[in-house]
Design a protein around this ligand. Structure first.
Ligand SMILES: [Mn+2]
Length: 403
């Protein structure tokens, strides 16, 4: 049986403002500010070159519910480029660009079809095969219902069935406002492919049939590290192959710098500069967090006498004229290799208590911050991984206190 080929992307977040990053030099900030558009253009260019049968965009095309004019204009142009090559595009809107927002309307070319708020199946005819694509758009920002229940089970055994779903796996109640689903829910529909969106980390939740989050196409903050992009999928009944295509224009990454045997400031600057050059050669423009590890006991004074902020300034200045830009967002110094911690009965019982904090207890403590009317909106949902990291940091800080 012949196969079909499509691009699966999600979470374009066009025109993300990159708040809190405006201390970059203006040329670099401009490039960062344009990165969601550049990543989108990469997707369009790849499509023109590769000519997939169609493209799926699974929610959060726009970063804001007001869908900025600029974002819409650029999206419109991209869709028109695809129209010239007769590439159909199926889109669904997510929690960021839900249908209750207010925006100035552009009319999209006829190769683009958008899912309505009610679950709908759109059928494409590709080389004599029917491809049934089912999905919906967010009517409002929060969709607590398990929308997957409104998807029809596959009955036509000759056709290919694809589900588009912007949402999250059913977890604890506070996160269940984004069309929650379970893997079993999805499998029960007997579809050939599940094109997910919403979670910005690329991941394959299931192999046969494939259940896939492609992640976003451009990192937007510290928690979204690495090269971003989308999937190029070849699918026939019972078989799928996938190929990741990078799209991100500015790569966000943590760089570990091994500081073993470093004793002097100039040596430290040299290893950091080498690490950044290596990054630049591999990824091009970037935003990086330097993580200094394996610090020698004798090098400890490097961080006592010079403030970390001063180190950052010096390193930024060194990088100033290099292109493409790599901006050092922050430096973290891991002093665990020279910790003087010696376990005692009292200290171990504190560490044990930290370890036993439950997720709910931690959320209760952090509630004031997360529910703060001003601060809260800049914070993302706390994941289990975040809580794990917080516990880890707490232990680490506690041990460092023993000098
Ligand atoms: Mn999103």
């Amino acid at each position: 049986m012949s196969s079909i080929r499509f691009f699966h992307c999600a979470d374009l977040h066009l025109d993300s403002p990159f708040k809190g990053m405006s201390d970059l030099p203006s040329h670099a900030f401009k490039r960062l500010r344009n990165s969601t558009f550049d990543a989108f253009q990469q997707l369009i260019n790849d499509a023109i070159q590769e000519r997939p049968d169609f493209i799926l965009i699974v929610g959060d095309l726009y970063d804001g519910e007001e869908r900025s004019l600029r974002a819409q204009q650029i999206f419109q142009k991209g869709m028109e480029q695809l129209a010239l090559y007769n590439i159909p595009v199926i889109i669904s809107y997510g929690n960021h660009d839900h249908l209750s927002g207010k925006w100035t309307r552009f009319s999209l070319p006829s190769n683009v079809q958008a899912m309505p708020a009610e679950t709908k199946t759109i059928t494409l005819h590709i080389r004599g095969m029917n491809v049934n694509i089912t999905g919906f758009s967010y009517r409002e920002r929060h969709i607590p219902q398990a929308m997957v229940q409104s998807y029809p089970a596959a009955t036509d055994r000759e056709a290919i069935h694809i589900g588009m779903l912007h949402g999250s796996i059913r977890g604890d109640a506070t996160h269940d406002v984004y069309a929650p689903f379970t893997i079993e829910d999805l499998l029960s529909k007997q579809y050939d492919y599940w094109a997910l969106g919403h979670i910005h980390k690329r991941q394959i939740l299931y192999e046969n049939p494939m259940i896939v989050y492609p992640g976003n196409i451009q990192s937007r903050h510290r928690k979204e590290l690495g090269v971003k992009g989308f999937y190029d999928i070849e699918l026939s009944k019972g078989q799928a192959t996938y190929n990741f295509r990078p799209a991100s224009a500015v790569v966000f990454e943590e760089i570990e710098v091994d500081c073993e045997k470093i004793l002097h400031a100039n040596d430290l600057l040299k290893v950091c500069a080498e690490a950044i050059d290596g990054f630049r050669k591999e990824y091009g423009a970037g935003l990086v967090w330097l993580h200094l590890k394996n610090i020698d006991e004798r090098a400890r004074t490097l961080f006592e006498d010079a403030q970390l902020a001063e180190w950052v300034d010096i390193m930024r200045e060194e990088q100033e004229n290099e292109t493409p830009f790599v901006w050092i967002q922050a430096i973290a110094v891991d002093l665990s290799s020279i910790s003087h911690y010696k376990p005692t009965f009292a200290s171990e019982s504190v560490l044990q208590a930290i370890n036993e904090w439950s997720d709910d207890e931690m959320k209760e403590i952090l509630k004031e911050l997360y529910q703060h009317p001003k601060a809260g909106r800049y914070l993302d949902e706390l994941t289990t991984e975040d809580l794990k990291n917080l516990r880890f940091d707490a232990e680490h800080l506690f041990k460092l206190g023993f000098q």
